[in-house]
Design a protein around this ligand. Sequence first.
Ligand SMILES: NC(=O)c1ccc[n+]([C@@H]2O[C@H](COP(=O)([O-])OP(=O)(O)OC[C@H]3O[C@@H](n4cnc5c(N)ncnc54)[C@H](O)[C@@H]3O)[C@@H](O)[C@H]2O)c1
Ligand SMILES: O=c1ccn([C@@H]2O[C@H](COP(=O)(O)OP(=O)(O)O[C@H]3O[C@H](CO)[C@@H](O)[C@H](O)[C@H]3O)[C@@H](O)[C@H]2O)c(=O)[nH]1
Length: 334
Amino acid sequence: MSKSTTLVVGGAGYIGSHTVRLLASQDRDVLVLDNLVYGHRDALVDDSVRFIEGSLSDRPLLDKIFSENDIDVVIHFAAFINVGESVKDPLKYYQNNTADPVILLEAMRDHGVKGFVLSSTAAVYGEPVEVPIVESHPLQPVNPYGWSKLMLEQILADCDTAWGLKSACLRYFNASGSWGDGLIGEAHEPETHLIPNVLLAIQGKIEKMTVFGTDYDTPDGTCIRDYIHVMDLADAHAKALDHLKGGGESIRCNLGTGLGVSVREILDAAREVTGKEVPVEYGDRRAGDPARLVADPSLAKEVLDWEASHTDAKDMVESAWQWMTGPRLGQFEK
Ligand SMILES: NC(=O)c1ccc[n+]([C@@H]2O[C@H](COP(=O)([O-])OP(=O)(O)OC[C@H]3O[C@@H](n4cnc5c(N)ncnc54)[C@H](O)[C@@H]3O)[C@@H](O)[C@H]2O)c1
Ligand SMILES: O=c1ccn([C@@H]2O[C@H](COP(=O)(O)OP(=O)(O)O[C@H]3O[C@H](CO)[C@@H](O)[C@H](O)[C@H]3O)[C@@H](O)[C@H]2O)c(=O)[nH]1
């Protein structure tokens, strides 16, 4: 297998920085492009990783990058990720998550780069008609964020037909946890995700966390999600990279544990891990939240020989807590 360069777009973000660190630890040549709108330069902890600050829509910059490097696969993490914001400001999402990546794809086509790994999402399925969710489940997103990703999946399929672009669309469920040494972890601003908000409330960094809805048709009335450890996601990207470098066909698969965990179960896990009470209030449902999102992860096992190694919700919470109490206290400087 050749040691060509992997371009990681959005590699200074949460999932990207963990994947970049894993790839670097495997002695792979990695170049990160990130405009740092939400990412952190400090999240790239390996000196061997080259970094360029810039946007995926900057065609002259892309031409320079593809001309000067022997890039065979692009891993594309860069996107806006806030579902609620996508409902209020859909064009922001369609521009950055769907339209701008077309510029990246045009540059790839023109420079003969034919491998693409996409951060897709469980949001492409919308309100599930059957759980666990298999990849053949109807694709009916219920928000612009989900549509922005689904449209990009379709664009990738069309590029395969037209010029042989091979893609791996990885539909993540709920990313969580950290590298584990406190140097990198989840640092979204604003933070909307459940596990970090629970831990921020425990630390007193936010006054309290709100449970969005207790009247769902689930055993304890709160929403059920499939929490997948960020290191398992990173591992799946390494495997997807090998799949594409080895001449594999385009694939689309779920990345989850296959296990559903409720919001209340996350609160219990947080109490157990930290030994502290969670300052919590019980509020209304958040618009657009399906009651249950749980992956059937068998296809990923079949096509990538990948499966989650962390399956206990307590592990995910403990790992997030390690980041928030580690040397950087859950914060990047820049
Ligand atoms: N976090 C989750 O639970 C989750 C679940 C499913 C899918 N995803 C997808 O995974 C990907 C990564 O998510 P994350 O949680 O790491 O988000 P993140 O915001 O931490 O990372 C995204 C990175 O992309 C960069 N970026 C955004 N637009 C850019 C542009 N135009 N040019 C260059 N860089 C740009 C940001 O600066 C940031 O560093 C996203 O595509 C997201 O939709 C995330
Ligand atoms: O302060 C909070 C935050 C969340 N929740 C609930 O916790 C669950 C998980 O929410 P969150 O952590 O915000 O993740 P999701 O909304 O499930 O979305 C994540 O997971 C999806 C895939 O399942 C991806 O598409 C999204 O990008 C990613 O943000 C949901 O039931 C929320 O209602 C709360 O009760 N209180």
